[in-house]
Design a binder for this molecule. Structure first.
Ligand code: SAM
Ligand code: DTB
Ligand code: SF4
Length: 346
């Protein structure tokens, strides 16, 4: 299993067989694959910032930011570049290696994209990896982002092609695949995953994973979000997903996409420590770090530091901190670095 060939030709039935395995067998297999590719005790961290909030024209049934639903969200226009760079500096001081900027757009206009390009250049100059999620992109816009030095583009498939119409009507599943093709064609790293707990079946989860794993190249980053239920959206009040189903899906994502970072994304603040630990055991090796996601609270940073300490996990550091740590002959980086903070809690 460890030296399993990386495949792009999975059938849904094969994936369902994995999802159906006895839990212990599945987790063992996922952890074995994980260890063949990654340090099992290191977790990549990204910090998120909403650079344009709410008033979105799309009708995604889970989202606080759709103008179609009454969610009590305070809307905000595209932020000034300097405000974004200040937030990136703070995230860097706290140890984040990647800064992700999200905008509530169906797609960016060329004028808005020009400002986002400035943000990307500025964050890149801070020595951080850059990621943006701006909705659908044309080929030309993807090229502009590449020229700005963008490292990652986040665009989720969200769910299976079969279940998709139950959640979103204003853009198609194929539209999402087209945007991923444009991003890939420019050589930008792809971040794409989905949301669980929207009322989909295990078969749908298998089908979504199949779409991701059968892309011509696996996404470098695969966020698995647990639905954050937002009052006022159509999905508010839906039955909660069995946590073991979530963990199983993480494990199968790890097995299918052995070299990808699997991100335990939204929903962590409602997960127990034990559930998160099982997700790491199942092969999750990336999280959003910081007190806020886009419009909702994330698990707070201090709680994360304590959890990492209890589990003996360390944050993957950005290149500059790694260099600082190496030149000081220490394992930990400079003050403010998450690993130092973890050590301070010991
Ligand atoms: N507007 C852009 C788009 O939809 O592509 C970018 C921002 S959008 C908020 C990014 C992703 O966040 C969505 O595709 C979805 O997977 C995730 N997301 C949004 N609201 C969520 C919620 N309430 N719970 C879990 N994930 C959510
Ligand atoms: C992703 O897969 N999850 C993040 C990020 N990509 C942009 C967003 C989660 C949003 C959770 C709800 C909110 O805070 O609005
Ligand atoms: Fe708009 Fe993105 Fe929310 Fe959909 S997920 S409503 S596109 S912000």
């Amino acid at each position: 299993m460890n030296d399993m060939k990386v495949r792009h030709d999975w059938s849904r039935q094969e994936i369902e067989v994995l999802l159906d395995l006895p839990f212990n067998d599945l987790i063992f297999q996922a952890q074995s694959v994980h260890r063949s590719r990654f340090d099992p005790n290191r977790v990549q961290i990204s910090t998120l910032l909403s650079i344009k909030t709410g008033a979105c024209a799309e009708d995604c049934g889970y989202c606080s930011q759709s103008a179609k639903y009454n969610t009590d969200l305070e809307t905000e226009k595209l932020l000034p570049v300097e405000e974004v760079l200040q937030a990136a500096r703070t995230a860097k001081e706290k140890g984040a290696s990647r800064f992700c900027m999200g905008a509530a757009w169906r797609n960016p206009t060329d004028k808005n994209l020009a400002r986002v390009v400035e943000m990307i250049r500025g964050v890149h100059d801070l020595g951080m990896e850059t990621c943006v999620t701006l909705g659908m992109l044309t080929e030309r816009q993807a090229q502009q982002l590449k020229e700005a030095g963008l490292d990652y583009y986040n665009h989720n498939l969200d769910t299976s092609p079969e279940f998709y119409g139950n959640v979103i009507s204003t853009r198609t599943f194929q539209d999402r695949l087209d945007t991923l093709t444009h991003v890939r064609a420019q050589g930008i790293n792809v971040c794409s995953g989905g949301i669980l707990g929207m009322g989909e079946s295990r078969r749908d989860r298998a089908s979504m994973l199949r779409e991701l794993a059968n892309l011509p190249k696996h996404p470098e980053s695969v966020p698995i979000n647990m639905l954050v239920q937002i009052e006022g959206t159509p999905l508010f009040g839906i039955e909660h997903l069995d946590p073991f189903e979530f963990i199983r899906t993480v494990a199968v994502a790890r097995i299918l996409m052995p070299g990808s970072y699997v991100r335990l994304s939204a929903g962590r603040s409602e997960m127990s420590d034990e559930m998160q630990a099982l997700c790491f055991l199942a092969g999750a090796n990336s999280i959003f770090y910081g007190d806020r996601l886009l419009t909702t609270d994330n698990q707070d940073a201090d709680t994360d530091l304590r959890l990492f300490h209890r589990l003996g996990l360390a944050f993957e550091q950005h290149a500059e901190l790694q260099a600082t740590a190496a030149s000081c002959g220490r394992r930990d980086g400079q003050q403010g670095d998450a690993n130092t903070a973890t050590a301070a809690l010991r």
